[in-house]
Design a binder for this molecule. Structure first.
Ligand SMILES: NC(=O)c1ccc[n+]([C@@H]2O[C@H](COP(=O)([O-])OP(=O)(O)OC[C@H]3O[C@@H](n4cnc5c(N)ncnc54)[C@H](O)[C@@H]3O)[C@@H](O)[C@H]2O)c1
Ligand SMILES: O=P(O)(O)OC[C@H](O)CO
Length: 364
């Protein structure tokens, strides 16, 4: 396991509790020593006892060489330089699994794409794991599910079998794009939710943003080739719910501080851990522009982050500016109604029935 922060350590525990022999790699020798000798990582997971079978090192070569599967959980923007050091020590059969939820600044690449490019390995040797996975809850062994995805179903299954134990269940799919973008995009919506929370807006605002956020996530991911079902599964809606409603979420917390009026510099200084959403805003908007997808929520988050929009003015779900909409095209607001006509008809009939004292209304 490369990365001994909160998620890397927690996922290492999941694997060890599932019966795998896990070696953690930590950048800092004191963290590796504490995990190896005291079975603790008190900085990232206070009061959590780690499995005795789990070992740790700060020697990258020792961690990687001989490993059947290498999991990576470092901040997304640091992945590429780390992989350059990993490459010489990797076996030709090793599977590499990304646990990260960001895109690379500058290239806009997803983490699995960075892995393929930097390590020059085939996509069949790469998997990603994602889902509603707040590390601290899982470290306390609260029952949780996730998705492991690879273009090779066999690879996904191999990894999922290892990432399974009495409190953690991994499902599989082959939609790597949808699974990864689900994790990236929910962070941005969680920042938006944090902002409105910080301002003091209530549940209606948040529910509107979460719901419209899911539309925005799905449009973006599907335009990049993802399956829409993935976005309504654990890696999309599931993670969106967990991250938007939990004070444990760093993205949500970063948003809340912005909403309370702190500047981005002050927020980043206060955060001891990784809030990927802050780094993903710009590359996601660039990708959205390239592919022609509207992202009013991410757009407004980006303006609050840049300090050009007052947090109290954030209301991305009200955006109805159609001036950029080509004639004949519909805005997202129109699209919400798609297919709902039938539901409205049924709803009206049920209401009429209720008003008629249980008798079915006549359909003239
Ligand atoms: N924490 C969670 O609940 C959670 C859950 C699911 C996914 N994730 C994702 O996992 C990834 C890692 O997040 P985290 O929560 O473990 O972050 P973290 O901030 O807790 O830990 C990051 C780790 O990476 C190390 N690191 C920092 N810079 C590095 C560099 N230049 N080279 C090598 N290592 C470096 C740090 O020392 C630390 O051990 C993120 O993409 C995050 O979105 C986190
Ligand atoms: O703490 P966050 O905001 O990085 O969220 C953690 C996980 O991604 C939740 O699934």
């Amino acid at each position: 396991m490369l990365g001994a922060g909160s998620w890397g350590t927690t996922f290492g525990k999941i694997l060890a509790d599932g019966g795998s022999q896990v070696t953690m790699w930590a950048r800092r020798d004191d963290v590796a020593t504490q995990i190896r000798e005291r079975h603790r990582n008190s900085e990232y997971l206070p009061n959590i006892a780690l499995p005795a079978s789990m070992t740790a090192t700060s020697d990258l070569r020792h961690a990687v060489s001989g490993a059947d599967v290498v999991f990576v959980s470092v901040p997304s923007q640091t992945l590429r330089p780390l992989l350059a050091d990993v490459k010489p020590h990797l076996k030709t059969t090793t599977i590499v699994v990304s646990l990260m939820k960001g895109v690379e600044k500058g290239t806009g690449l997803r983490m699995s794409q960075v892995i393929a490019e930097a390590l020059e390995i085939a996509p069949e040797r790469i998997a990603v794991a994602s889902g509603p996975n707040l590390a601290v809850e899982i470290a306390r062994e609260q029952p949780t599910a996730a998705v492991v995805s690879s273009v090779s179903l066999e690879t996904a299954q191999k990894v999922a079998r290892r990432a399974r134990n009495g409190y953690f269940r991994s499902f599989v799919n082959t939609d790597v794009t949808g699974t990864e973008f689900g994790g990236v995009l929910k962070n941005l919506i969680a920042v938006a939710i944090g902002i409105v929370d910080g301002v003091g807006y209530g549940e209606n605002t948040k529910a509107s943003i979460i719901t419209r956020g899911l539309v925005e996530m799905t449009d973006f991911a599907v335009a990049h080739g993802a399956q829409p079902e993935t976005l309504s599964g654990l890696a999309g809606l599931g993670d969106l719910i967990a991250t938007c409603q939990s004070p444990l979420s760093r993205n949500n917390t970063a948003g809340r501080l912005l909403g309370e009026g702190y500047s981005l510099t002050a927020v980043t200084k206060q955060m001891q851990q990784t809030a990927e959403g802050l780094a993903s805003v710009a590359p996601v908007l660039e990708l959205a522009k390239k592919i022609g997808v509207d992202m009013p929520i991410v757009e407004q988050v980006s303006r609050v982050v840049a300090g050009t929009l007052e947090p109290r003015d954030i209301a991305p779900h009200l955006t109805t500016d159609e001036s950029d909409t080509p004639q004949g095209e519909r805005t997202q607001d129109d699209r919400e109604d798609d297919g709902r006509g039938a539901v409205r008809g049924a709803f009206k009939r049920a209401l009429d029935q209720f008003r008629n004292g249980g008798r079915r209304p006549r359909r003239d």
